[in-house]
Design a protein around this ligand. Structure first.
Ligand SMILES: NC(=O)c1ccc[n+]([C@@H]2O[C@H](COP(=O)([O-])OP(=O)(O)OC[C@H]3O[C@@H](n4cnc5c(N)ncnc54)[C@H](OP(=O)(O)O)[C@@H]3O)[C@@H](O)[C@H]2O)c1
Length: 283
């Protein structure tokens, strides 16, 4: 059987959903994995139930692919599922902090390990959706940034370890994208505010509100998901896929600034971009 099978995680919305549709339209058979499989997809897309934080769920999902296309293997594995729970680091308890790592880092590790046999079989490649926040940390999304930094480190290590089997590992590193992610993040932030004690409210409430307003403005200027999908397809089809695809002018500018500015000045710029200058930071 000569099927080119692509498995993409987090395909129920945003970038993952657009990517699944665009990749299927190019003739691939796409397994669209997510926890919620109620989304209606076009032809050549097979919804696949998978929670990337559960090794059992990962195993069952891969068994489905293997049984529907026995011996075919995977042409590509696209790690796109991601989560963000914004909030000052002091206000994130261990559960909220580690949720980023369970989905954005450990989920990628577990699924990659479990899929390697199929990737070797299909001469496959791996694509990971990182973020500019995995190169430059931001306040009030520190846990998310930390997880995307970790993902970037892991992508580099996987790339070097898997080179001997010709399994390429590419990272897509976009700036802000217009997707439901930040709407979900706002709901999480609202939930977090409700759990703050008196000291938490006194220390952070006004800053959180300022940051949320600044984030809403930035969100409106986010990249269309299609722009990110274009690079995913490049990484999928190129004979020599790049290690990293930095997407959008904002991501490129931030990376350039980070390479030339002293860290203290870069931090100041980011603080002011988040609407936080003039607060206690300047005293
Ligand atoms: N939006 C941005 O500004 C931006 C910028 C840079 C990078 N990114 C990255 O782009 C990727 C896609 O995000 P998006 O913006 O398209 O957000 P999105 O619309 O919220 O999509 C996130 C996807 O992840 C899935 N997901 C979450 N937890 C999961 C779990 N435990 N197991 C399996 N799937 C899970 C969600 O599906 P279910 O809830 O149905 O499982 C959903 O399909 C993420 O890795 C994100 O970090 C986004």
């Amino acid at each position: 059987m000569n099927e080119r099978i692509v498995l993409i995680t987090g395909a129920s919305s945003g970038v993952g959903r657009d990517a699944a549709e665009s990749i299927a339209a190019r003739g691939y058979t796409v397994y669209a994995a997510s926890r919620n499989t109620s989304a209606a997809y076009g032809e050549r897309i097979r919804p696949l139930k998978m929670d990337v934080t559960s090794p059992d769920s990962i195993r069952s999902a891969l068994d489905v692919v293997d049984s529907e296309f026995p011996g075919c293997g995977l042409y590509a594995l696209i790690h796109n599922a991601g989560t963000v729970v914004p909030g000052p680091l002091e206000c994130l308890d261990e559960n909220l902090f580690s949720r980023h790592f369970q989905v954005n880092v450990m989920g990628v590790h577990s699924l990659t390990r479990a899929a390697l046999r199929m990737l070797r079989k299909g001469n496959g490649r791996i694509i990971m959706i990182g973020s500019i926040n995995g190169r430059i940390a931001k306040p009030y999304i520190g846990a998310y940034s930390a997880s995307k930094f970790a993902l970037r480190a892991m992508a580099d290590a996987w790339r070097m370890e898997l080179e001997q089997w010709n399994i390429h590992v590419s990272m897509i590193e976009p700036g802000s994208i217009k997707t439901p992610l930040w709407g979900k993040a706002r709901i999480e932030m609202q939930g977090l505010i409700e759990t703050l004690d008196d000291a938490g409210r006194e220390n952070y409430l006004s800053s959180i509100e300022t940051v949320m307003k600044a984030a809403e403005k930035r969100e409106g200027r986010g990249l269309p998901a299609a722009r990110v999908v274009k690079s995913v397809i490049r990484a999928l089809e190129s004979d020599r896929p790049k290690a990293s695809y930095l997407i959008g002018a904002s991501a490129v500018i931030q990376t350039c600034l980070a390479s030339v500015l002293p860290r203290s000045l870069l931090n100041r710029l980011i603080i002011s971009q988040f609407g936080l200058s003039g607060k206690r930071y300047d005293s």
